[in-house]
Write a protein that binds this ligand. Sequence first.
Ligand code: PLP
Length: 456
Amino acid sequence: MEYISTRNSKKVFEFKDVFIKGLADDGGLFIPRSLHKIDINELKNLEYTELAKKIIYPFIGNFMTKGDLAQIINKSYSVFRKKNVVELVKVGDRSVLELFHGPTLAFKDIAMQLLGNFYEYYLTNENKKLNIVVATSGDTGAAAIDAIKGKKNVNIFVLHPHNKVSSVQRKLMTTGKEKNVFNIAVDGNFDDCQNLVKTMFADKNFSNDIKMSGVNSINWARIIAQSVYYFYSYFLIEDNKQPINFSVPTGNFGDVYAGYLAKKMGLPINKLIIATNQNDILHRAISNGNYEVEKVHETISPSMDIQIASNFERLLYDLNNGDDLEIVEIMKNISDNGKYIIDDKKLNLINKNFLSSRMSEEEVLKTINTIYKKYNIILDPHSAIGYGAFDKVNLNGNNIVLATAHPCKFPDAIKKAIDLKEDLPKELMFVMNEEEKFDIIDNDVNKIKKHIRERI
Ligand SMILES: *Cc1c(COP(=O)(O)O)cnc(C)c1O
């Protein structure tokens, strides 16, 4: 498969470049030059790992053989607490797709475990050394650390916003003992962390010098790994005469884009709902065309406290019929003026595939409370936003909610909603008493660069 950047459709890349670079040198995002259709009848009744092999293989070109990929997928998913990685449970009139049975209790493990093993494979075969630098709003960091810790020839530096992630999220990042893991708490918010990483990448002197690599949600390898559970859950729905809709708690637009990718490959999804918290730039964009960056609000669903939804550029590329120059223009506008107005024609195109919703903090707490009382199930705040979205947009058919994190990751919010403490799964209890290791650094790219250089 050949890849291009959303900002230059002439230059062609292979999967290895796409995976290792994360972001294209021109600042654009990698996408396949053309996409194949999948015959979904061939994918029914497969176990999760078998399905993953079939879906992922066409994307990786000659990066590895089918046999090597099969081994890596088996290894990556053997660390999950469920045999088939995810679980679909009925909660009221909708189905909840639990994606949090991995080592760090959020859906990000599903892609990240695979990436960790891709790195190991690549670095062993090419005898190279890399430094991964990644920004996190809480869950990516832990998932990336778990996937990379202890692996040879690779260090990982994780930037999280200081005091803006939950205590459990932080402990899952900062209690590891491996020498190749470095946690940085930035005095700022998630968008600041993301901007620091982008600035370091853009500084070619620095990024080439330290052999910098990225695993943020723009990494294409993450997107393809995430598209697998849309297929998997689709096949678990028995009554597939009715349309199937997914509601996706959304921040950076990575997870919901993976659903869109599945649809483009031929999975008959009706609508994808972009479920946001108060940081509702995508809801405003999709309901009235106003993609306008505002201040980030801190919420009880911190993994979605994001204004700039990086992966949205991939959708913009499709909406503009692959006009790369137009994308350069739009992205420059967003970066200069913090704003992009989507015209009605494009909005109609978006609404063919996507709807959106927004939830206030009170509504999130109320949803957690109601669902607990009615069904004795505790949703984490992110998943509650996904669940509640189906009450805001009226869609008939089979409605699937992506449950993106385990409730124990957000103890304060759960306590507030139902006055209960949700424990960690017993395998993970120990992290609560481990010593934490992280450095607090100003929101200053030079200080961060210096810190990284001193440690590699
Ligand atoms: C990262 C994350 C999200 C948002 O996913 P995107 O791919 O950034 O849209 C939602 N919920 C949880 C729990 C997350 O960790």
